[in-house]
Ligand binder design. Structure first.
Ligand SMILES: CC(C)(COP(=O)(O)OP(=O)(O)OC[C@H]1O[C@@H](n2cnc3c(N)ncnc32)[C@H](O)[C@@H]1OP(=O)(O)O)[C@@H](O)C(=O)NCCC(=O)NCCS
Length: 365
């Protein structure tokens, strides 16, 4: 039997046209366009790009946005059924159940034809935010807020969550968050989703595989981990002890390190900037300053111990941003999923279009 690459590290499993990462130079592109440029667009435009493989013309984007806004409402029976989900520990459990229930209400759920997949794509992208906001409000004994079709994806999500319209900067931050979270090549959840799609299972099932994999603290769950860590550390005077103790015991500092990036994650830079701007608008830099100091201590600890520097990843400053947007930690992984859904769907469609069942071998010992 050939050499085993633990964790499939360094293994190239398939060809993709969806995204490109240069982990040494810190470059990320969706469909050939740099993440820095995409971050200033709308989530609808970036979703179109991911799904259809090219930027939409103005009228195509308008038509796509209208379709998404029309499909934001969720079946009230779904909300009724999910009222009793455990939400406050980890909202992703409720979202996972919701997608499973959604499949029963979706007349296309078993159809994996191109037309049916596009219809499901619109419904899924449009409804993820509505479900997360509705569960949050139900879990807190608040009235569920209907989506506002005049608001963009990010602004509408914050509106449904809070019941009041966000500031322009908060709306921009939420939109950027969804864009930055939308796609990242063969990360664990996307790989899990592609394995499911490769068996010609349907889109809802593939997405549930993605959701279950995103949940883990070494993947999408790290964003919640960062928020919990900020609470635990709470003051700059506690940072050194926290970091040193974790490193001594070989425990991971959440929001740092990456399998592919050996340098600064380009998404983390954009998150850092928007998190700082939101903190400044609020007039409360507490979480941002704490995070910046953790980053500095982490860097110096690594260098002093002759370890390669370990940089913040996508989850570090997004965790800080969520704190400043007053989002509770148990929502963090579900909000990540709201952004990731368009990338997941793009991979699902790419897998169906040129399928070979994904089935590696194991070395028997
Ligand atoms: C992302 C992650 C899973 C990548 O894992 P990986 O490629 O298998 O790399 P490893 O876990 O083997 O880490 C390599 C080395 O860096 C260290 N390291 C990596 N991330 C670290 C972190 N966040 N905190 C402390 N040490 C870390 C490891 O201890 C290991 O050290 P060693 O060479 O002395 O044994 C890992 O960096 C991690 O667990 N990060 C924290 C969770 C997180 O933020 N996940 C979100 C990813 S986007």
């Amino acid at each position: 039997m050939k050499h085993v690459n633990k964790g499939l590290e360094g293994v190239v499993a398939l060809d993709t046209q969806i995204s490109f990462i240069d982990g040494v130079q810190g470059i990320l592109k969706y469909r050939g366009i740099e993440i820095e440029k995409l971050a200033d667009m709308s989530y609808d435009a970036v979703s179109y790009l991911l799904i259809y493989g090219r930027m939409p013309a103005a009228e195509e984007l308008e038509e796509f946005s209208i379709k998404l806004r029309k499909e934001r409402n969720v079946n009230p029976h779904l909300l009724e059924m999910l009222k009793f989900c455990d939400f406050e520990n980890e909202s992703l459990d409720a979202l996972r159940t919701a997608i499973s229930v959604c499949a029963h209400f979706d007349e296309d759920s078993h159809d994996i034809s191109e037309q049916a997949n596009i219809r499901k794509t619109i419904r899924l992208i449009a409804r993820f935010p509505t479900m997360v906001a509705a569960f949050y409000r139900m879990a807190n004994g608040l009235e569920v807020i209907a989506p506002d079709p005049s608001l963009a994806h990010g602004a509408n999500f914050l509106y449904m969550l809070r019941g009041t319209r966000p500031t322009d900067l908060e709306a921009e931050a939420m939109e950027k968050d969804f864009i930055l979270s939308a796609e990242h090549e063969l990360n664990p959840s996307t790989f899990a989703l592609r394995i499911t799609a490769s068996t010609l299972s349907d889109m809802h099932s593939a997405i549930i595989s993605g959701l279950c994999t995103l949940k883990g603290p070494l993947h999408g769950g790290a964003r919640k981990g960062v928020m919990d860590m900020l609470d635990d550390i709470s003051s700059t005077s506690n940072i050194e002890v926290y970091v040193q103790q974790h490193l001594e015991h070989k425990q991971k500092i959440m929001g740092f390190g990456h399998r592919v990036y050996k340098t600064y994650d380009p998404r983390a830079r954009i998150y850092k900037d928007i998190a700082m701007r939101v903190a400044m608008e609020k007039g409360d830099n507490r979480w941002f300053d704490l995070a910046r100091e953790i980053e500095s201590v982490m860097y110096h600890e690594m260098v002093e111990n002759k370890h390669k520097p370990i940089y913040p990843n996508v989850d570090f400053y997004s965790g800080v941003l969520y704190k400043d947007l007053e989002i509770p930690p148990y929502l963090a992984t579900s909000i990540f999923a709201i952004g990731r859904i368009s990338g997941w769907i793009a991979h699902c469609l790419e897998q169906y279009a040129d399928n070979k069942v994904i089935r590696p071998r194991a070395h028997f010992v």
